[in-house]
Write a protein of this length. Structure first.
Length: 280
């Protein structure tokens, strides 16, 4: 599997389009996809002719989240570490292995992508589940089709939420608790009401509306956009977002350790099929 297999990159005028391309697995995110996404984002940031970046998912769904059950799952493969300065997770025992990998591949990469200086728009259709939420949330704006649905069902595994724990900031505390406590899906209209999604459009107009928005933003001064983005992100962090994520990342791994102790499996014995049967 090559980077080109799992992520596609194209440029349409001032807009770079980064497309997750594992449609047969609902664009489940393995390490190969993570680093291919990072390479594509780096290309877009370095291209002076690109002003806005659109993140998309091929096929019927944006992303079903982390890869916890496909033939391409690659948790035991080493990749060049780019997000954090930590040792390789491969061949490390127990919590050392999982902490090192998830701090790099999930939390670290999401923070790195959130800090990209160019505006990013997630173009979401179909499923946007768990780790898929993380990918959408790191983007500055979300345009969703009316068939899009969202959920973070990992509490079924005894885990308090995904690694990039932005829930209280993007949903508000009470809605965040509802989403986590129930594990239920919520649709694009509900996401819009909560302020998580910027625009909801019909499925057949999703691409057109997203690119119209991207092209409108692209007309603004590039450096001004970068400063405005940084200003809002800094304000979010001053409201506790970054330190809150650090705290919850520890709880996340405490949950993994608890699962491993009581069930000999850090995911509480649930793979992608089991989660789907449970209603995710």
């Amino acid at each position: 599997m090559t980077d080109e297999d799992v992520v596609r990159y194209e440029r349409r005028g001032p807009v770079a389009v980064v497309t997750m391309h594992r449609p047969e697995y609902r664009n489940a995110q393995n390490s190969a996809m993570t680093y291919a996404l990072d390479a594509a984002f780096t290309t877009a940031v370095d291209d002076n002719d690109v002003s806005v970046i659109v993140l998309a998912g091929a096929g019927k769904h944006f992303s079903a989240g982390h890869d916890i059950g496909t033939p391409g799952r690659d948790v035991d493969v080493s990749y060049e570490r780019r997000a954090v300065m930590w040792w390789d997770h491969v061949d490390k025992p127990g919590g050392d292995q999982r902490y090192a990998r998830e701090m790099e591949v999930y939390l670290g990469m999401c923070r790195r992508w959130r800090d990209m200086p160019k505006p990013t728009i997630a173009m979401v259709q179909g499923a946007c589940i768990a780790g898929g939420l993380m990918l959408a949330w790191v983007c500055d704006m979300i345009v969703a089709s009316d068939d899009a649905f969202f959920a973070d069902p990992v509490l079924r595994m005894g885990i308090p939420g995904v690694e990039y724990f932005a829930h209280p900031w993007v949903l508000g505390p009470r809605a965040a608790k509802e989403v986590l406590f129930t594990g239920e899906r919520f649709d694009a209209r509900r996401a819009y009401e909560l302020g998580m999604v910027n625009r909801v459009v019909s499925r057949d107009k999703l691409e057109t509306e997203t690119f119209t928005l991207a092209e409108t933003i692209a007309k603004m001064p590039r450096f001004g956009l970068a400063l405005a983005k940084r200003a809002v992100n800094q304000c979010e962090d001053l409201m506790g977002m970054r330190s809150g994520m650090d705290s919850v990342f520890g709880l996340h791994h405490f949950a993994h350790a608890h699962n491993a102790e009581v069930s000999a499996d850090s995911l509480a014995g649930l793979d992608a099929r089991a989660m789907k049967r449970a209603g995710s």
